[in-house]
Design a protein. Structure first.
Length: 273
């Protein structure tokens, strides 16, 4: 989103404590960027550029975000004060992890706690007064043994809290783009007549392909005219009948013909036909 001056503001603010969650913050940041665009996620170590006033930047980002994601690890609650190691960091009103969460809660901004690995559930009694509401926020779990499914649940939670981000994630692919793993490769073939057609680079070894009558598998851009035989080739083929397995031009004839070049191409990633 953008503010009144036209500057881009992130929809998601990622809050984490150095030494207790950077890797989780990075994973979530990357997935948010992939789904919604990199400008929709704010992570201090990535989003604050050299020369920027980090105090003003952090404050502006947390105040204008749509949701704050709080990364909470096993050592989060009792992490020692960074300056002198005396007392808990959370007990310092100037601790940035605390300030960001307390600011979001005071503004009524939704906060999603993400408890990773063995982090315990939060209790109000263990938190400073200005962030006790964090213990009442519905959380999500994130474990290294179930990264993919847990990451998906976090993203879904964000989409529920911020509907406009859900709409971005649901936008159809642009015209001309296809999600099929076979169709990801641009078609460079022309003037093809016959049965099923697939490019040769999608396959490895003709013995792994089972075709029907008049199937053609090839990687050239020239014309291919089929008869009644199956063809597996990497160049122009003109035939009348018989099965052919070749990597170069096959001349007219009947019966099975096996060329000597280019029998194998990269392994196929999906089903043809």
């Amino acid at each position: 989103m953008t503010d009144r001056k036209g500057f881009s503001m992130p929809g998601c603010f990622i809050n984490y404590r150095t030494g207790d969650g950077e890797h989780v913050a990075t994973l979530i940041d990357r997935e948010l960027g992939r789904r919604f665009g990199p400008d929709e996620a704010f992570r201090a170590s990535r989003s604050i550029e050299a020369g920027q006033d980090y105090v003003r930047t952090l404050d502006a980002a947390v105040r204008r975000c749509d949701v704050l994601i709080a990364i909470i690890g096993p050592a989060w609650l009792d992490s020692p004060h960074r300056s002198d190691g005396v007392g808990r960091a959370l007990d310092d009103p100037d601790d940035w992890t605390r300030r960001e969460i307390a600011t979001a809660l005071s503004l009524g901004t939704p906060v999603i706690p993400v408890l990773f690995d063995d982090a315990p559930r939060l209790r109000e009694a263990d938190l400073p007064e200005d962030m006790r509401g964090l213990a009442r926020c519905q959380y999500r779990r994130f474990h290294h043994r179930s990264v993919d499914s847990d990451l998906e649940e976090v993203i879904e939670a964000v989409e529920v809290v911020v509907p406009r981000l859900g709409e971005i994630g649901e936008r159809p692919a642009e015209e001309g783009t296809v999600s099929s793993p076979i169709a990801e490769v641009a078609n460079t073939m022309r003037d093809v007549s016959g049965g099923t057609v697939a490019q040769a680079r999608e396959f490895q070894g003709v013995n792994e392909i089972s075709g029907t009558n008049r199937d053609v598998v090839f990687g050239n851009s020239g014309a291919v005219n089929t008869g009644s035989g199956t063809q597996y080739n990497g160049s122009t083929v003109h035939n009348r009948s018989g099965d052919q397995y070749n990597g170069s031009t096959v001349h007219h004839g009947t019966g099975d013909q096996i060329g000597v070049q280019n029998l194998h191409a990269p392994r196929h990633r999906g089903e043809a036909g």
